[in-house]
Design a binder for this molecule. Structure first.
Ligand code: PLP
Length: 462
């Protein structure tokens, strides 16, 4: 997305917005936004934080780590393994990942985690001024990755219980929108919990092949299914040259690890290796050796299944507590896996900024649904034109009312054809919603969190 100095007048040369010594990109990176803006969050002593994205540390396979590290470091050839490794990843790790994915090893590019993989996909797919269709609600950090390419126009599309609304995407295509890429989280959607059905995945790849766009399938939660949950096979990533799979070990082995991998189209694989090389050379060879030893063992899948079962209990406990504490007030999407519960207050007229404040007074932190909306940027064809609207949107976000900014979006047709101009998401998809992380905390804390949300709601709602 285009984000330059919000004080720049519309239509000025983007170069004029540069900070001394800084590039336009560096100078223009936006600061405060709803999601991840620490200044909006008050975590005091005794606060219950349901806002994060960390796994439960007690469920991480620490023993597998320990054994893998010892085995590696005690091996006679360890010193020889400390040299540079190929940009795309060590051959044996790529081979293992390729086998898991059912693709040829050439299509595997090892990354330094999910965001790094998304950056690779964005830089390898989008040019300035291109259009991308994204989930609405969206994983907001993807929008920040888009800041790497100036003037990308963002078109939001709704997400239903069975994933991205492919009908809505088709209607945009019919209306003349020509995306270069579509971004979606197919499994246990962040924030909404949806799982893309096999039928929709097939339709999406058919559309991608017909219209020539690339689907970014950002899939960090796939391995954390609850017992009995149906997760359609990820064959669509394997079978189509129009899908890039973005994977990370952050949710199963811990986000501090910083390791993941992309599955890229075979026709572009060689170029992606060159791009990977130019970003940060290569992912750590030592970490690849360690994770290869973990992921190659059956105990890794067992640990994930066991974690999924505990996460299921926690999600059920939170779900039940919300029903008890806020009877009849919420529409709750029952998670089938992953880390998040998405719930919306039925009374859409309430003051949700005040609710967030009251919750923090009660000692509860969560993510406001509005922060997962796509805020519009304006400005026909110009980077700095878009900047003023982006500034307005982020100011509205900082004031706790991103929905107000989203409301300012024009209809889809108004936005078509203007490079850098992004339409806002549908505010009704995010207004009055809360994203609550059940993964990290224990059941009593989750239940207390629900009680605090109930008290906060009664404070503002009577
Ligand atoms: C949907 C989604 N994509 C990507 C990421 C980022 O993954 P990583 O921490 O490996 O960069 C996350 C982390 O929360 C996520 O939820």
């Amino acid at each position: 997305m285009t984000h330059l100095d919000s004080t720049a007048p519309t239509g000025t040369d983007p170069a004029r917005t540069r900070l001394p010594g800084g590039s336009s990109l560096l100078s223009g990176l936006p600061g405060r936004q709803g999601f991840g803006d620490a200044s909006l969050i008050r975590v005091g002593t005794g606060s219950i934080d349901l806002g994060g994205g960390n796994p439960d540390r007690s469920l991480l396979p620490v023993d597998l780590y320990r054994e893998a590290v010892h085995e590696l470091m005690d091996s006679p050839g360890y010193g020889a393994r400390l040299g540079y490794v190929p940009a795309a990843g060590t051959p044996s790790f790529r081979a293992l990942l390729a086998e898991r994915e059912g693709v040829s090893p050439e299509r595997i590019i090892v990354t330094s985690g999910g965001i790094n993989g998304l950056a690779l996909a964005v830089l390898g797919t989008l040019d300035p001024g291109d259009t991308i269709v994204v989930d609405d609600p969206i994983f907001p950090l993807f929008l920040r990755v888009l800041d790497l390419v100036p003037g990308v126009r963002v078109v939001p599309v709704g997400v239903q219980a069975d994933g991205l609304d492919v009908d809505e995407l088709e209607s945009h295509l019919a209306a003349g929108v020509r995306p270069q890429a579509v971004f979606t989280v197919p499994t246990f959607h962040n924030p909404g919990g949806a799982v893309l059905s096999a039928q929709k995945a097939q339709r999406l790849t058919e559309l991608a092949e017909r219209w020539g766009f690339t689907v970014f399938a950002d899939d960090p939660y796939r391995e954390l299914a609850f017992p009995g949950a149906e997760v359609p096979a990820a064959a669509w990533v394997r079978d189509s040259e129009h899908v890039i799979g973005v994977n990370t070990f952050s949710k199963t082995l811990g986000p501090a690890l910083r390791l993941g991998y992309n599955v890229v189209p075979s026709a572009l694989a060689e170029q992606y290796v060159k791009l990977r090389n130019r970003l940060d050379g290569q992912a750590s060879g030592v970490l690849q050796d360690i994770v290869e030893r973990i992921v190659g063992r059956p105990e890794y899948a067992q640990a994930n299944a066991a974690a999924g079962a505990v996460y299921a209990q926690k999600a059920r406990a939170l779900h039940g507590a919300l029903h008890r504490e806020l009877p009849g007030e919420l529409d709750i999407i029952e998670p089938q896996g992953g880390f998040f519960l998405w719930a919306r207050f039925r009374d859409q007229e309430a003051d949700f900024a005040a609710l967030f404040d009251a919750a923090q007074d009660e000692g509860l932190v969560y993510q406001r649904g509005e922060w997962f909306g796509v805020t519009p940027t304006g400005g026909a064809g110009g980077a700095s034109g878009a900047a003023s609207a982006a500034g307005a949107a982020s100011a509205a976000g900082a004031a706790g009312d991103a929905v107000g900014a989203a409301n300012a979006a024009g209809p889809v047709g108004d936005a078509a054809g203007a490079a850098g101009q992004s339409i806002g998401g549908d505010p009704s998809r995010t207004r009055g919603a809360v994203r609550l992380t059940f993964a990290q905390l224990d059941v009593p804390s989750l239940e207390e969190g629900a009680a605090r949300l109930g008290r906060a709601w009664r404070r503002i709602h009577g």
